[in-house]
Design a protein around this ligand. Structure first.
Ligand code: ADP
Length: 569
């Protein structure tokens, strides 16, 4: 039995020494208060255990033992204080009580053997010593259990493991001290408990990555989804930054968080005022990369300081990288949106400013052409049709620009009425007949009318746009065919040209705003026509599609529903 006890004794000494070495090493790597206090607590406890067999041999060693014992209690309660701060008066009181207990114990020349006869002073000193130490352990046990509630998974598990470790330590010391001379069986039991305390304390203070992963598992999926939503659906940087803070806090178990932009400005702050965040940020150089050194955000006092470990810092760094990328993306989107807005504003202003003068120009040109302003020379007369056709082109562009900016701002409301599509298409053709004069125009109409609920002006815009494109993108002299027919529940207008055609890979983005296909020629345009036309078609519940191949001409097909099952308006 005594051999077994000896083995256990050695194992305990070794285990506590290793724990102390680990604590000291990590306090060197991360030199901050929690790690320092932990190193003090576990270091003095290990020394005490190593010293225990010799303590009885001299009063000096007994006194050293008392000091080590109290130091371990002080380290443990101050570790608690570093995580969940006491108010300063309470902290001072605890320190004074520990020092006083130490002085009384040393002055009373407390015997090393607790079972030897004690004077009244010695009994008091021993009781005070144990009471102070028990307080240093019991108080954190309850505090950690209470603080664990609502914390992130890893932190919650660590706080609970710490409570358990502290409790086991307390049990070992109290039973060992008060239990008097124990039977070998009881001593063995105490030794087994003492040995079991070590892995519990190890896990509590230095949880390995695999264990943290297990603790964290339930939160992983939530984080993934949250991050996905956060990055995809945040409308602007401020919103993204604000939303990002909640998970940043959760990842490391912080109670407050703030996000600093590259220029040092505080983008968002949670549970801390922007002014405080700015102060902390400027005082701690938070823009330097997160390292293993003391983290600046520990300085927020009065709250539970997060239990940082390499793992948390690593995850925070990863999270930060994602948020950074998200912020960049949102910033880019904001810029693009601003540019788009600027384009729309410009379209709006330019088109309205141009419309007035162009109406006057077109009016006078038509009057001149009709002879209403008197005789013009035959030479001047000969160029008037060209001038009128060019002013029509400009007017057409202005009309497209006005409609496009209306659409962009959501102001394009259809004024639908029951109309004959055949007649409407013919009117549209008349409107651009001048533009088509260089081509062979063929119009295929059905024998009966095709009635549909459409906005006549907008319907004509689409047809005119398709005709103007057909003439622009096909050589003079070739055929342009307009085919109007009923197709089941739909009215269809197809515009077929024999022009250059459109490559399959270009056809998908043809209908986007401002998209123009590189044709090599010098055909002018805004890139708005097809986008506007398809939007108008879809607002009617219809569609606009293309069928084309390079060098083989194009067919644009515009459909609208016959009866009143159109969609948006
Ligand atoms: P725009 O004609 O003002 O450039 P559109 O939106 O009407 O703008 O057309 C977008 C692009 O689609 C044009 O730049 C042109 O490259 C191509 N496109 C349109 N219609 C035809 C067509 N009938 N044949 C060949 N290419 C066409």
């Amino acid at each position: 039995m005594s051999d077994l006890l000896l083995v256990f004794q050695l194992a305990i000494e070794l285990a506590f020494s290793l724990l102390a070495i680990k604590a000291i090493a990590s306090s060197v790597r991360q030199p901050d208060r929690p790690h320092g206090h932990l190193a003090l607590a576990l270091g003095s406890l290990a020394l005490l255990i190593l010293l225990a067999p010799e303590v009885a041999s001299s009063q000096v060693l007994t006194d050293v033992g008392i000091v080590l014992f109290l130091l371990s209690g002080y380290g443990l309660i101050m570790f608690r204080n570093a995580l969940v701060p006491f108010d300063p008066a309470a902290r001072r009181l605890i320190t004074v009580a520990i020092i006083a207990a130490g002085i009384v114990a040393v002055a009373a020349r407390l015997p090393a053997d607790p079972t030897s006869p004690h004077s009244a002073l010695q009994t008091f000193a021993l009781a005070a010593l144990l009471a102070v130490w028990a307080f240093c352990i019991l108080e954190p046990i309850t505090r950690f259990v209470m603080s664990a509630r609502g914390r992130p998974a890893v932190e919650r598990a660590r706080l609970r493991a710490m409570s358990l470790g502290y409790a086991a330590l307390l049990a070992v010391v109290l039973i060992g001290t008060i239990g008097g001379s124990l039977t070998p069986g009881a001593t063995l039991l105490i030794d087994v408990i003492a040995l079991a305390v070590v892995p519990i304390l190890y896990v509590a203070f230095f949880p390995p990555a695999w264990l943290r992963r297990i603790w964290r598992q339930p939160e992983e999926d939530q984080l993934r989804h949250a991050l996905h939503d956060l990055l995809l659906y945040s409308p602007d940087r401020a919103t993204l930054a604000r939303r990002a803070l909640a998970w940043a806090e959760r990842l490391v178990g912080g109670e407050a968080a703030f996000l600093v932009d590259f220029d040092g400005a505080v983008l968002a702050a949670h549970n801390v005022t922007t002014a405080d965040a700015e102060k902390i940020a400027s005082a701690n150089d938070v823009l330097r990369p997160i390292s293993n050194g003391p983290a600046p955000w520990r300085n927020i006092s009065g709250r539970l300081t997060p239990l940082f470990g390499d793992e948390e810092l690593w995850r925070l760094r990863q999270y930060g990288t994602s948020i950074n990328a998200g912020l960049d993306r949102v910033a880019m989107n904001e810029r693009i949106a601003a540019l788009e807005r600027a384009k729309t504003d410009f379209l709006n202003i330019a088109s309205h400013e141009l419309r007035g003068p162009m109406t006057v120009i077109k009016g006078y040109l038509t009057m001149l052409d009709a002879g209403a302003l008197g005789e013009v020379s035959p030479k001047a007369q000969s160029v008037l049709p060209l001038l009128i056709s060019k002013s029509d082109e400009v007017n057409w562009m202005i009309e497209q620009m006005i409609e496009a900016s209306r659409l962009e701002e959501g102001r394009l409301a259809l004024k639908k009425q029951r109309t004959d599509i055949v007649e409407l298409t013919e009117n549209a053709i008349d409107g651009v007949r001048m533009l088509l004069s260089g081509h062979e125009l063929k119009v295929q109409t059905p024998s009966t009318s095709i009635d549909a609920e459409v906005d006549p002006d907008r319907f004509q815009i689409v047809v005119r746009n398709l005709l103007s494109n057909a003439s622009k993108y096909s050589p003079a002299g070739t055929d342009i065919t307009v085919d109007i027919h009923r197709n089941g529940e739909k009215a269809t207008v197809s515009v077929i040209d024999q022009g250059m055609g459109i490559a399959a890979e270009d056809q998908s983005h043809l209908f986007s705003r401002f998209v123009r296909i590189e044709t090599g020629g010098h055909v002018k345009g805004t890139g708005l026509g097809l986008w506007l036309s398809r939007e108008i078609a879809r607002m009617h519940g219809g569609d606009l599609s293309v069928d084309s191949a390079v060098g083989q001409g194009s067919t644009f097909t515009f459909t609208v529903p016959l009866s009143n099952h159109s969609g948006r308006s």
